[in-house]
Design a protein around this ligand. Structure first.
Ligand code: SAH
Length: 218
């Protein structure tokens, strides 16, 4: 008898084909990790039917999970190697952290809202992604107790790249984050080589605000 393939699995395959491969995502490790991560599990029941839509989806508390293409693009730009330790600032629903868990050796998520942190950890545990820990706190200050990090990724946009992240980034490390005011944001990469950092623009984007001591005040 043929195995039952869920509705969501079919949608996930279509997302990979059309939204990711079709738009130029080529990193096979990122594609495989996204193929193995059930996005619907990270989305509250009332919005779950939108899990594989080509857009951001609400996760509660006024926050959103990024559009699949943007998640893939950021992860591809992060150039993760299997031995890396990664800081995921604004871990929100935990979806991106779950994908990172497949790509890196250790993942540290930090989220401002305790309720999101708690929910995300429960799903990550159910999925057996044991190399992820989730902290509650102000991620604009990084996570000094676990630094340095080989990679830092953020799903919210601050006015500029927090100094704490650059300080907590290992030599040869890379940060991928949006920056800029709510209306005009740019996805950027920051590389640390020989103690010097260089910034490069990736593409214009729209994200929720990064709120904290080294982000927006509110
Ligand atoms: N990558 C997440 C995206 C969540 S949206 C996912 O896959 O679901 C961005 C998140 O950043 C929100 O949950 C928001 O609460 C959080 N955030 C904003 N400012 C923050 C800060 N200073 N520290 C930690 N989290 C923050």
């Amino acid at each position: 008898m043929a195995e039952a393939v869920s509705h969501f699995e079919i949608q996930r395959q279509q997302m990979l084909q059309w939204q990711l491969r079709g738009r130029g995502i080529r990193d096979e490790r990122v594609l495989a990790a996204m193929a193995q991560t059930p996005r619907e599990r990270f989305i509250p029941a009332e919005f779950r039917h939108l899990a594989y839509e080509d857009r951001p989806v609400p996760i509660g508390l006024g926050q959103t999970i990024s559009q699949p293409y943007i998640v893939a693009l950021m992860l591809q730009e992060l150039r993760i190697e299997p031995h890396h330790r990664v800081l995921d600032v604004g871990s929100g629903s935990g979806y991106q952290a779950a994908i990172l868990a497949k790509l890196a050796s250790e993942v540290f998520g930090i989220e401002r809202f305790p309720e999101l942190a708690r929910r995300s950890l429960a799903v990550l545990k159910e999925l057996g992604r044991g190399n992820v820990s989730i902290y509650t706190g102000d991620g604009t200050l990084g996570l000094s107790e676990q630094a340095p990090f080989d990679r830092i990724i953020c799903g919210a946009a601050g006015p500029d790249v927090p100094k704490a992240w650059v300080e907590q980034l290992a030599e040869g490390g890379r940060i991928v984050t949006p920056t800029g005011p709510p209306e005009v944001q740019m996805l950027i990469a920051v590389d640390k080589v020989g103690g010097t950092t260089t910034k490069s623009d990736i593409c214009p984007v729209t994200f929720v605000p990064l709120i904290g001591q080294q982000g927006w005040q509110r």
